[in-house]
Design a protein. Structure first.
Length: 173
């Protein structure tokens, strides 16, 4: 009887230790929220921030010349409480998904009216409905210092994006 109790106690201790360890681990691509002001609008971006982890990002993890959800897990979302201009195009107040098409030259930045999209299915197929695109602009990426985790910032001139060795400014006012 003592042996059974000892085994049960040992089993409970192991299970408790495993649960504690699992809860202490950070998610692979943590969900991030950034806010800021562009013009008179309060702007919020919600995205999952993957890390480089020794991988080649551009052209391998994120294919070139294909639609990308601009983050991990689900499509990055942008919400604005007032109209703003993105790359000279009107973006009415509301909530949207952001997609990008990286390329060797200029990238396309796409803002789509369907918020909450998964982004990309297995095999690279996108859940984006192109008919719901409200803004599509071109932006030129620049080489930058190494950035381990994908990062967005809302700044006076728009939205800055940086990851691995690339930075991109999405002009907005």
């Amino acid at each position: 009887m003592k042996t059974i109790k000892s085994l049960l106690m040992a089993g409970l201790l192991v299970m408790t230790a495993q649960l504690s360890f699992a809860q202490g681990q950070a998610p692979a691509s943590p969900k991030m929220t950034v806010t800021g002001v562009i013009g008179k609008a309060n702007v919020t971006l919600v995205y999952s921030s993957p890390s480089v982890k020794g991988r080649k990002i551009w052209g391998e993890l994120v294919p070139m010349d294909k639609v990308w959800r601009a983050g991990a897990n689900t499509a990055t979302s942008i919400e604005t409480d007032a109209d703003i201009s993105v790359g000279g195009n009107n973006l009415p107040k509301g909530k949207y998904s952001i997609y990008m098409i990286p390329s060797e030259g200029e990238w396309q930045v796409i803002i789509n009216s369907e918020a909450g999209q998964w982004g990309v299915k297995r095999g690279g197929e996108t859940t984006r409905n192109a008919e719901k695109d409200v803004v599509t602009i071109k932006a030129k990426p620049k080489k930058s210092d190494f950035k381990e985790a994908l990062e967005y910032k809302v700044v006076k001139k728009g939205i800055s994006f940086a990851w691995e060795n690339i930075k991109l400014m999405i002009p907005a006012k």
